[in-house]
Ligand binder design. Sequence first.
Ligand code: BGC
Length: 430
Amino acid sequence: MNIGDWLKEQMVSSEAYDAEQLLAGFLDEMDRGLSGDASSLAMIPAYIGTGGTVSPGKPVAVIDAGGTNLRVGIARFDESGKIELSNFSKQSMPGRDKQISAADFYNVLADTLAPIKDEFENIGFCFSYPAVILPNLDGRLLHWTKEIKIPELVGKHIGAGLIDALEARGIFGKRVAVLNDTVAALLAGLAQGQTFDASSYVGFILGTGTNTAYVERNENIGKLEGYLESGAQVINVESGGFNEFPRGPYDLQLDARSENPYGQAFEKTISGVYMGPIALELLKALAEKGVFSPSGAATLSSLNELTTIHIDNLASDNGRDTGPLSSDSFSDADREMMKTVFNGVVDRAALLTAVNILAAVVKSGAGRDAALPVCVNIDGSTYYKTFQLADKVQAHLKTMLEKRGLHIRCIQVEDAPVVGAAIAGLTAFH
Ligand code: BGC
């Protein structure tokens, strides 16, 4: 049996896809979402532009509610634009391991903000979940992703809930700006982008989840209700929801067992929480086809879980923990087979990621001049840490950009969600 051909039949290979067709589908869904038609892309206006200026020295509270961790603290920018952080605390994202109530969630936030209440007026709240942003910069949660379990908060205004929780403790006069983490990443890229005359900005995240933000042009903004008077504004694409592309039987099988079956199709194909589980699904199927040694096949069949990190450590031979894959029951040939399968998963993720980034660049209408590239700030551990993923994404991007005469510069900003949330908290209420 030729494993490469088999993976392609299961749609787990970049060769199973036509990049041009994927791009056209993405752009189409973006247009539909922007004009309010039914679309798998939410295209949420952020009510934030790229023109705000931060006052050096002014403190702002920052909440970074990410897929895995919750971080809270105080940030300020110095004269040179460098961020200084203080009083930061970090804990697991509440509601990730077990279901909690809305009150539990706000208590955690209020508990961490209360001791630093005199240090700030505004809060920049980086909320890494799909939320419709209101003109007052509050955010209404559409649905949870990343397997977070706080059902009471769905449909609720996240910022107003926080202000209520603070007021219940006698803490008054605070304002909160809620923004998506991709919007934060985009804002965090502004300072670097200005140094190379960026013509526009994209924030892209590939970590526990995936998503993209870009700057929509003035002429299209008019279609958006309540657009910013200043013109261009940032759009949170919610690209993890994209579903106008075919997946294979094992993707669908895994998806059916997830917290939100058939939602977030794109995210379930490329992001950190899902690549390991997809590989396991394929490995189990191959075990039944007699591709592995008998002892290896038995171990695979009994496995309930395989994280992306464990199989990635195996694929890259980095000597780190490979979890259940370190079992003596596997032969060298078994391990080679596992590497090939994971390589297929990563190969597909890389093509889809490149198409996603390109769609945002094309939609921005910028980057046509080599001297004025689009600044793409990429964040997320899955993008940077998965074996060969970033290189493959860049190779696909290079070909596709050249074909269109478009120019981008990819950057990485340390602590991008925190930097972007601080910028939003400091600039949003002027
Ligand atoms: C969420 C997005 C978020 C992305 C990256 C997705 O699961 O829906 O809002 O930007 O993850 O963290």
